[in-house]
Design a protein. Sequence first.
Length: 149
Amino acid sequence: MATVDLSTGLLGLIAFGVLLVALRWTFSSGTGNRGIATGHDPTPGGRGRGGRWRRPTGRGRGERAGYGLLVPVSMVPREADALALRGTLGRHGIRSTAAPMPAGPLRVSADGRVLGQDPGGWRVLVFPEDLPAARRVMAEPRNETGPLA
């Protein structure tokens, strides 16, 4: 009967060791986890293991906070404006997306007067290689009497 207890204890110890190694591998804090975006890391085999979650770096609103590979090309006040701009870029073969940008902190003067708040809005984002073409498209004059051709 003592051999059954010993084998059960040994099996439990081995299971605990496997669980410990799996958790350490899953939640390790190696250099591959220090990415620029919060969210899923789509790079194949990132740090030797594909499908890792990346930690936020605490970057501010003015930097590339949370956009991964995308770069902002424009900021507009309303979602409808962002969707219209995305449609224009899409008609020119430029991939884009829109992301909401929350309102910023209140600005207060030294004597305590509230000066205002940075407005929220929508950012239109493109891939870096599409940025020059997107800027050219946005600089083109628009036909205000009808839809864009």
